[in-house]
Design a protein around this ligand. Structure first.
Ligand SMILES: NC(=O)c1ccc[n+]([C@@H]2O[C@H](COP(=O)([O-])OP(=O)(O)OC[C@H]3O[C@@H](n4cnc5c(N)ncnc54)[C@H](OP(=O)(O)O)[C@@H]3O)[C@@H](O)[C@H]2O)c1
Length: 341
């Protein structure tokens, strides 16, 4: 069974799903490494960032066909080749939620593999399929990808509790290992229904936006489109109570705010997918992996972030608007109008 564990002793592992592979406790998010909304990347600096991550056993990477319209996958593939880490890396990528035919899904994964320079380990279905398709359609496509030997494992992203349950029940040939969802100290809505359901179903939660796009690391300036468009970033950046709780925990543990927010998610048995652009971002992840937040500090952090269990609603509905757009319209919006995200 494949494991993506480096040689560093501080690296611990988490099993994906009930019977999946073991992977590092934190994933590196690569939307930033190609996504237009983040305003570009310095290749040399990013190469150094990935080298540093690999050297420290951080070998779990998250990307998607849509990030920079394949640019993120391509960059990851070429850097891993340059660093000689292509085989030991564990790569999660996603097919867009407008893929509703087997042919379309297979072609998309084949294209991802070409860009990555090898087949991905896990394929996620990026958001629930458009009406009238159900979660079972997504599973059918994912299983078709597995049948052709194009990936090792499968999962979903942004599926709510009922969609996740349906997907798990529809999956006959392989386990749905993961639901990758929006979850952080500033966005605790999934605790209402989705996370308890995922636990019952044995599905691992990967948490995207674990730093609320940097707000939980102390950033306050909405200096790119990703931040400008994110109400969670704005709210968390201005939340004095939450920022104070992060600062207190950081100073007591000799850490930084980002490490605390990441460690909080690890303590909740999820895999944070941290967007990284710089070496210092990876340093925070390493610090988080070394942290043990004592129960009384965890309690304080929970209290300061408790309002976010209900502030954003109760039912998980990220990217739900896509579901109302037929596949050709979605394709047009993401590929022609936005030219990638
Ligand atoms: N499945 C989905 O639908 C979905 C949706 C969104 C994201 N994702 C995945 O989740 C990943 C992360 O989520 P996200 O993009 O929303 O961002 P995030 O991880 O919440 O925030 C990342 C940003 O925070 C800043 N940051 C990171 N570490 C820091 C540190 N130690 N100190 C100070 N600032 C720090 C960086 O900003 P600067 O680069 O500006 O310095 C970084 O780009 C993405 O890369 C992607 O792989 C998945």
């Amino acid at each position: 069974m494949k494991t993506a564990m480096g040689t560093t002793s501080m690296q611990k592992a988490r099993r994906l799903g009930r019977n999946g592979p073991t992977v590092p406790l934190v994933a590196l998010g690569l939307w930033q490494a190609g996504g237009k909304m983040w305003g570009g990347i310095d290749r040399e600096e990013f190469r150094d960032t990935i080298r540093f991550a690999v050297e420290n056993g951080l070998l779990l990477f998250d990307t998607a066909e849509l990030y920079g319209l394949g640019g993120s996958e391509k960059l990851l593939g070429s850097l891993l080749r340059e660093l000689g880490a292509r085989d030991e890396a564990f790569i999660v990528t996603k097919i867009a939620g407008y893929r509703v035919t087997v042919r379309g899904a297979v072609k998309a994964v084949e294209a991802s593999s070409r860009r990555l320079g090898r087949k991905p380990d896990v394929i996620l279905y990026h958001w629930p399929p458009p009406y009238p398709f159900t979660a079972c359609r997504a599973v059918r496509l994912l299983e078709a990808v597995l049948d052709r030997g194009l990936a090792g494992w499968i999962g979903v992203s942004n599926f709510d509790a009922d969609q996740l349950e349906e997907a798990v029940h529809c999956a006959k040939k392989a386990e749905i290992l993961v639901d990758q969802i929006h979850y952080s100290m500033a966005y605790r809505l999934p605790e209402n229904r989705l996370i308890p359901r995922a636990r019952r179903l044995g599905v691992t939660i990967m948490a995207w936006s674990p730093l609320a796009k940097g707000a939980l690391a102390g950033k306050t300036l909405a200096d790119n489109r990703a931040r400008k468009m994110d109400p969670v970033f704005k709210r968390a950046a201005q939340d004095k109570e939450l920022q104070q709780a992060l600062a207190t925990a950081a100073s007591r543990l000799g850490a930084d705010k980002a490490s605390i927010a990441i460690a909080w998610l690890i303590a909740r048995d999820t895999i944070p997918v941290v967007g990284v652009r710089r070496r210092s971002h990876v340093e925070s992840i390493i610090r988080a992996l070394q942290l043990e937040i004592p129960p009384e500090l965890l309690k304080e952090l929970d209290k300061a972030s408790e309002k976010y269990v209900t502030i954003w609603g109760k039912k998980y509905s990220e990217l739900r608007f896509n579901r109302f757009l037929p596949p050709p319209i979605q394709y047009f919006v993401f590929n022609i109008v936005l030219r990638g995200i």
